[in-house]
Design a protein around this ligand. Sequence first.
Ligand SMILES: NC(=O)c1ccc[n+]([C@@H]2O[C@H](COP(=O)([O-])OP(=O)(O)OC[C@H]3O[C@@H](n4cnc5c(N)ncnc54)[C@H](OP(=O)(O)O)[C@@H]3O)[C@@H](O)[C@H]2O)c1
Length: 227
Amino acid sequence: MRLAVTGASGKTGWRIVDEARLRGHQVVPILRPNSQLPDGLVADGLPLKRLNLADQNALVAALNGCDALLIATGARPSIDLAGPLKVDALAIRDQITACRRAGVKRVVLVSSLCSGRLFHPLNLFGLILLWKRLGEQWLEASGLSWTIVRPGGLKEAEEQLEREGIRFSGPNQQESSSIPRRLVAQVCLDALELPAAIGRILEITSGEDVPKQTLADWLIENPTSAI
Ligand SMILES: NC(=O)c1ccc[n+]([C@@H]2O[C@H](COP(=O)([O-])OP(=O)(O)OC[C@H]3O[C@@H](n4cnc5c(N)ncnc54)[C@H](OP(=O)(O)O)[C@@H]3O)[C@@H](O)[C@H]2O)c1
């Protein structure tokens, strides 16, 4: 498949690019005009697209010919308390609109545990969990084939990940614990390849004490719709 990845300069985004390439997909990384390329993003041979997500024409042009979009954008911590509104809600709407215009039907969104929750310390940063839920809801109502991946606290660990099992659940079942970004990237790619993941909200955390289970097996055991 030809996959577009937004937020490709981010710590989860570059790993999604990396995992997609490891699985043999063609990748179109989408970045902001001034995004710094992270060390992990091996950009050689990749058709990097630098644009503002609010520039619909540029975004549609970047998405043209892609089979799916993986969204790893997220407001970076800043004093701009409107950042989460702009990035986690409005920029998601812009990306949905552009997918429709470009004919991209499949979307995987990296969101967060506790999305939609009002009383949570993370909301001190511009009510981020409420805006994330609005972005999710726009995607759910979009008519696109979507999967929402809600990870716990994200970790940079790259070592000994084979020891970790992933705890999958449906929405609003988990509220703490963490997961390495590399495993989040792998789940996003797994979800993309599994029709049963369409229309599902997947909460994920991980740990060495968690029994190993693939997303495919979890979906067979938990076939009910998320919403
Ligand atoms: N941190 C956690 O523990 C945690 C836990 C659960 C869920 N999440 C969510 O998981 C996702 C990935 O997190 P992460 O920590 O890997 O991300 P990250 O490293 O902070 O990267 C964020 C990405 O979003 C891009 N971005 C920010 N503002 C943008 C804008 N206005 N327009 C376009 N792109 C923009 C950034 O581009 P630049 O490089 O140009 O800034 C970067 O590529 C986010 O949605 C985050 O909220 C995080």
